[in-house]
Write a protein that binds this ligand. Structure first.
Ligand code: TNX
Length: 544
């Protein structure tokens, strides 16, 4: 039956592969080693697959699915050196290669996939290109770690046999990058998107504006970029994204099934905007550019109509540039704005966002403001109990969980971590992993939780290598909380699976923290970041 429709050549190839599998050692990676842990894994040790030199990637005839096929080929070609042609086909079947197949299996949801590895080939089925993409990330992890090499490696490209059925626990699985305290280039941001995608994260929150710099060109308020961007923490040159730069980030993310959530922090954290446009300042006077790390001193004038013109213009341009559904309006630490004035400001800003057809997200400080359809609060507190947030949820808000004491990737791992803060405590890998988004906040029911997000504030983070050092290995911990069913949650399993990623990151040239609680198989190969200069220490990064 299995032979039906196959040519003699295909049958001979299958027989040859089967014989090779009998003689060969088992695949080095186990099917259950994937991070984040899949929902269901059924290993079949007799069905390991060896990728042949002439493997073909067959994909359903759909442009988005074909794009995933091309991306898979691009991931596998450098290390294997195989040509891996991509072809479209009406009904992809694994005949000695890899098949990506769009199915109508409702069980798989919007992002789920099914992956089958047999001696005959690999098949990934999903309802959407996003599901195929996540399946491809799993497949990538099933190859030996040297698959991450940028140049050909003479390895046996063996995959462990069996089946995986996988779907995300939450729809929002994100990371935030603060490009305001220190500016990072487009290339840096694209590389961060790659890291997110590896671990099936689907949102990149960009903290685009703060006291120390404004990072996005706005045509109707040009001085935001030409003046407001020319500073950063520590006195560096700063920088900003042109509209074309920003579009490139959004498109690169979209091609990896990641949605950009841009943040304009309002009404506080606005010193850079006030330097550019003193008319927005309560005293109409330009403050000096700010290069320190204190918070809570600046705000745009909530009593001035000009402020609402500014908010509407900026959010309007950003909405037009951003494909995604969300606009983040910040809302944190506006300490100098009285509570009632602050609430009216947030309500008016929420209406502006709704008028643009977008869904508003804000830090949980916006909770006291009136509800508006779909609004999302991002929790960054360090207790598990906040009646004001719980009340906003009762009035209809949903919550993204970024608890400062578990998910803040700018916290130090340990007292001797050379960069980072400690105001929310030290966050080692276990602390990043060991909490449950569903029960974390009292009075916030499971169905109000949209997901998790790991913020990286960059007061003390100045280079891509430092970003990677703070992200890895904690980002996969947060990713597993967002993706994997709670039933898979197990620290010992996680740290063992995570250890297998060290050689992958090393092969890919990625700097990571050699966390002592993870049983890495290889010693650190990349130097830890240099200590932060003293002027980075004001919000808690004092050197131990
Ligand atoms: C608090 S978290 C802030 C940021 C700082 C961060 C440093 C939040 C919404 N506000 O302005 O960068 O602490 O950890």
């Amino acid at each position: 039956m299995a032979a039906a429709g196959r040519t003699a050549g295909e049958l001979a190839g299958a027989a040859e592969r089967e014989a090779a599998a009998w003689l060969a050692p088992p695949a080095p990676v186990r099917l259950a080693d994937v991070v984040p842990a899949p929902e269901r894994v059924e290993p079949d040790p007799g069905a390991d697959y060896l990728l042949p030199t002439d493997a073909v990637i067959r994909v359903s005839a759909d442009p988005d699915a074909l794009a995933v096929g091309e991306q898979l080929a691009a991931l596998l070609r450098p290390a294997t050196g195989y040509p891996l042609p991509v072809t479209d086909t009406a009904g992809p079947t694994p005949t000695g290669g890899i098949a990506l197949h769009l199915t109508d299996d409702a069980d798989l949801g919007a992002e789920g996939y099914r992956l089958d590895v047999s001696a005959d080939g690999v098949r990934i089925g999903a309802r959407t290109a996003a599901g195929l993409w996540h399946g491809v990330q799993t497949l990538r992890q099933l190859f030996p770690p040297s698959i991450e090499s940028a140049t050909p490696v003479g390895a046996r490209w063996a995959l462990p046999g069996g089946s995986i059925l996988d779907r995300p626990r939450y729809p929002h699985r994100g990371a935030m990058l603060d490009v305001a305290r220190h500016f990072f280039t487009v290339a840096d941001v694209l590389r961060v998107i790659d890291h997110l995608a590896r671990y099936k994260l689907n949102r990149l929150h960009l903290h685009l504006t703060d006291d120390q710099g404004w990072r996005i060109a706005i045509d109707s308020w040009p001085r935001l970029a030409t003046v407001g961007a020319a500073s950063e923490v520590g006195g560096g040159p700063g920088g900003y994204y042109t509209r074309a730069d920003y579009r490139r980030i959004v498109a690169y993310a979209a091609a990896r099934h990641v949605t950009v959530v841009p943040e304009i922090d309002l009404p506080g954290h606005t010193n850079a905007a006030l330097v550019a446009y003193p008319e927005l300042a309560p005293d109409r006077t330009a403050p000096p550019p700010y290069t320190g790390t204190e918070v809570g001193f600046s705000y745009v004038d909530p009593a001035s109509e000009r402020t609402y013109d500014f908010v509407a213009d900026v959010l309007g341009e950003l909405a037009a540039l951003t494909g995604g559904q969300w606009l983040h309006i910040g809302g944190d630490e506006a300490f100098k704005v009285p509570a009632d004035v602050y609430a009216r400001f947030v309500e008016r800003t929420q209406r502006i966002v709704a008028g643009l057809g977008k869904t508003v997200v804000g830090w949980h400080q916006i909770a006291p403001a009136a509800h508006t359809d779909g609004r999302v609060l991002q929790w960054w507190g360090t207790s598990g109990d906040d009646p004001v947030t719980a009340d906003a949820v009762r009035r209809g808000a949903s919550v993204i969980l970024s608890p400062g004491n578990h998910a803040y990737l700018d916290m130090k791992y340990a007292p001797d971590t050379p960069i980072g803060h400690d105001w929310a405590g030290l966050i080692d890998v276990r602390r990043a992993y060991d909490w449950d988004p569903a029960t974390h906040l009292t009075g916030v029911p499971t169905d109000a939780v949209l997901g998790v997000e790991a913020p990286l504030w960059t007061e003390s983070v100045t280079t891509l290598a430092e970003i990677e050092f703070m992200l890895l290995p904690r980002l996969p911990a947060i990713a597993e909380l967002g993706w994997s069913p709670r039933s898979t949650h197990d620290w010992d399993s996680f740290r063992r699976r995570l250890a297998g990623h060290g050689p992958r990151w090393t092969a890919a040239g990625i700097a990571f923290h050699h966390a002592p609680e993870v049983p890495w198989s290889t010693p650190p190969s990349l130097p830890a970041p240099r200590p932060a200069p003293p002027d980075h220490s004001a919000t808690g990064s004092a050197q131990a």
